[in-house]
Ligand binder design. Structure first.
Ligand code: URA
Length: 186
């Protein structure tokens, strides 16, 4: 069994978080490389994004046996890795794919109720989306997830604008204090 930590540019502006690796991901050590991954790439295309531009990770970093749902202790064991990935990449926008990653920010919510509705949590915009695997073969969900992905560029633009505005109005950095630096030489 391989670890599937995730992949993407370290300065990605948008991060997608799925559930857990499946059979193909386990073999290759890369996230979303099977059928759900192909569909995710199509969806990224609807949003004008390429896979190479975004960071893709999962809540759980190893394949659960027989593709069963992740268990609470597996999610807990992997959460420190996910937290550190989020902190290191620091993306303005996170898209959760499916209910396990949604639950990290929206515990107790239903994906059918909140999908496609971005919310600000701290300094980040979190956009809950359905899981591509759930939508792939079900025409009514497929239409919904495609519509949600088409709105992604609008959400990213909103997030970037808000972050730019915040940094423009933030207090300027304290000027350097050469005397103090000088004194510390003695
Ligand atoms: N489904 C996921 O949630 N993650 C993957 O990496 C592949 C399929």
């Amino acid at each position: 069994m391989k670890a599937v930590p995730g992949e993407g540019p370290p300065d990605a502006r948008i991060m997608f978080i799925g559930e857990a690796p499946g059979f193909n991901e386990d073999r290759q050590g890369r996230p979303f490389v099977g059928a759900a991954g192909q569909f995710l790439e199509e969806l990224l295309g609807l949003a004008g994004l390429r896979r190479a531009d975004v960071f893709i990770a999962n809540v759980v970093k190893h394949r659960p046996p027989n593709n069963r749902d992740p268990e609470p202790d597996e999610i807990a064991a992997c959460s420190q890795f996910l937290e550190r990935q989020i902190a290191a990449i620091n993306p303005p926008v996170i898209v959760t794919l499916g209910r396990y990653s949604m639950a990290r920010w929206f515990p107790g919510e239903k994906i059918s109720r909140i999908h496609g509705q971005p919310r600000w949590i701290g300094e980040r915009m979190i956009v809950p989306m359905m899981h591509p695997a759930a939508a792939l073969h079900q025409p009514q969900y497929r239409t919904l997830i495609e519509a949600d992905f088409r709105r992604l560029p609008e959400f990213v633009a909103q997030a970037e604008a808000r972050i730019a505005q915040r940094s423009a109005t933030a207090a300027p950095d304290k000027p350097d204090e050469p005397e103090v630096q000088q004194l510390s030489l003695f």
